[in-house]
Design a protein around this ligand. Structure first.
Ligand SMILES: [Zn+2]
Ligand SMILES: [Zn+2]
Length: 348
C-alpha cells in the first residue's frame, strides 16, 4: 500500500503532468530512475533498458561538458514525445502482434500519407461529458469506495501470505498433484527444503526451491493470487522483508524508532544508514544486467539495420518485395541513384 500510494501512483502521475511540464529537470531525472525501478521489478522487456539509456546519455553529457546537457536542462519541455507516442499508438492500432517489421513500416507510411486525423488532433473540440453535479457524485462515490477498501486492507493486515513452491497457477496445479503422491507432505518452509534436497527428482529443481523466494502471493483483501512483481521491491530482492522485524539487525521494530520504506523493508533509524542495502544491490544488478543485454542487442542488430537502410534507399515501398538477386546489380543501382540524387541537389 505504501509502495502504491507513495511511490507508483505519484511517480506515474507526476512524471509528465507535473515534473516534465514544469521543467523541473532534477526531479524529472530522479523520477525517470524511479520509474525504471518499476520496469525492472515488472520485468518489462524494453522499459527496463530505455530509462537507463537516457540516464547514460545524461552522465555522458555531464562528464564531457557537452552543450546538449544545458539545452535539455533549460528546454526540457521542448523535447516532447507527443508526436512519436501518438503515431506509435496509431501504428499499433493498425497492426497486429504478428505483423512483420516491413509491414509495420508500410503501415506507418500509409497512416502518415493520408493523414487528416493527425492534423486535427489538437483542433478537435469535444464537449466535456461531466457537469458539476455528476462530478460531485463521482467524487463521493470514489471516496466511499476507497474508505471501505482501506478499511478491508486494515482488517486484513498480516493475512496476505506467500504461496510456496508455486510458480504459476498452472504449474501450481501440477505441483499440487505431485505433492499428493507421497504420503508425507508438509507446508512448512524448512521441512519442504529438506524434502526437496532428499527427494526431488533433479538437482536443478532442488536448487531452485532452495534459493528462490516465493513467486506467488495470496492477497487477503483482493482474494487474489499475484505474481511477486506486483509487490513492493523488497519481495524481488535477495532478502524479502520480515514483518515487524528490522531488516538489518533482526530485532523487533517499534513505532517511535523505526520506519518501513516504500520498498517495504523496515529498519530502525540507527540501522538504516540512508539507503536500503538490499534494494540498492537489486537495482545495481538490474542496471548491470540490462545495460549488458542492451549492448548485446545493439551489436546483434547492427548489420541488420545497415542492410535495411540500404534496402530503403534503393527501393520504393511497392518495390520492396522484389529481391535484387545479385550484389553487383544492387551496387550499380545504388550508385546510379546516388548520382541522380546528388545531381538533384541543384534543383532543391
Ligand atoms: Zn535494526
Ligand atoms: Zn528495500
Amino acid at each position: 500500500m505504501i509502495d502504491l500510494l507513495n511511490n507508483i501512483i505519484p511517480s506515474t502521475l507526476e512524471i509528465y503532468a507535473t515534473l516534465f511540464r514544469s521543467s523541473l529537470f532534477n526531479e524529472y531525472v530522479e523520477n525517470v530512475f524511479r520509474i525504471w525501478t518499476f520496469a525492472l521489478r515488472w520485468k518489462r522487456k524494453n522499459y527496463n533498458k530505455d530509462p537507463l539509456m537516457f540516464l547514460s546519455d545524461l552522465f555522458y553529457w555531464n562528464d564531457n561538458n557537452h552543450p546538449f546537457l544545458n539545452v535539455i536542462k533549460n528546454h526540457l519541455t521542448s523535447f516532447n514525445e507527443y508526436y512519436v507516442e501518438n503515431t506509435h499508438s496509431r501504428i499499433r492500432a493498425n497492426t497486429s502482434k504478428n505483423t512483420t517489421a516491413d509491414n509495420i513500416i508500410k503501415q506507418a507510411y500509409i497512416i502518415m500519407d493520408h493523414d487528416p486525423v493527425f492534423k486535427d488532433t489538437y483542433a478537435k473540440t469535444r464537449r466535456y461529458p461531466y457537469n458539476a453535479t455528476t462530478l460531485d457524485f463521482l467524487y463521493k462515490k470514489t471516496t466511499l469506495f476507497l474508505l471501505q477498501y482501506f478499511q478491508d486492507v486494515f482488517h486484513n493486515c498480516g493475512k496476505s501470505i506467500p504461496i510456496l513452491n508455486k510458480k504459476t497457477t498452472e504449474n501450481a496445479k501440477k505441483i499440487n498433484l505431485q505433492k499428493k503422491a507421497p504420503p508425507k507432505n508438509s507446508t512448512n518452509k524448512t521441512s519442504t527444503k529438506k524434502t526437496s534436497t532428499k527427494k526431488t527428482p533433479t538437482k536443478a529443481s532442488a536448487k531452485a526451491s532452495k534459493k528462490k523466494s516465493p513467486e506467488i502471493y495470496q492477497l487477503a483483501t483482493l482474494n487474489e493470487e499475484v505474481d511477486l512483481r506486483y509487490l513492493p521491491t523488497a519481495y524481488s530482492t535477495s532478502h524479502p522483508l520480515h514483518h515487524e522485524l528490522c531488516d538489518c539487525c533482526g530485532l523487533p521494530l517499534s513505532n517511535d524508532n523505526s520506519m518501513v520504506y516504500i520498498c517495504s523493508h523496515g529498519y530502525h533509524v540507527a540501522c538504516y544508514n540512508k539507503k536500503c542495502k538490499y534494494c540498492k544491490e537489486y537495482y545495481k544488478r538490474g542496471i548491470f544486467e540490462n545495460v549488458n543485454s542492451f549492448l548485446k542487442r545493439i551489436e546483434k542488430g547492427e548489420n541488420k539495420l545497415t542492410k535495411e537502410d540500404l534496402d530503403d534507399d534503393e527501393n520504393d515501398i511497392e518495390e520492396g518485395v522484389d529481391e535484387v538477386s545479385e550484389e553487383v546489380e544492387e551496387a550499380l543501382d545504388t550508385s546510379s541513384k546516388l548520382a541522380a540524387e546528388i545531381y538533384n541537389i541543384e534543383h532543391w
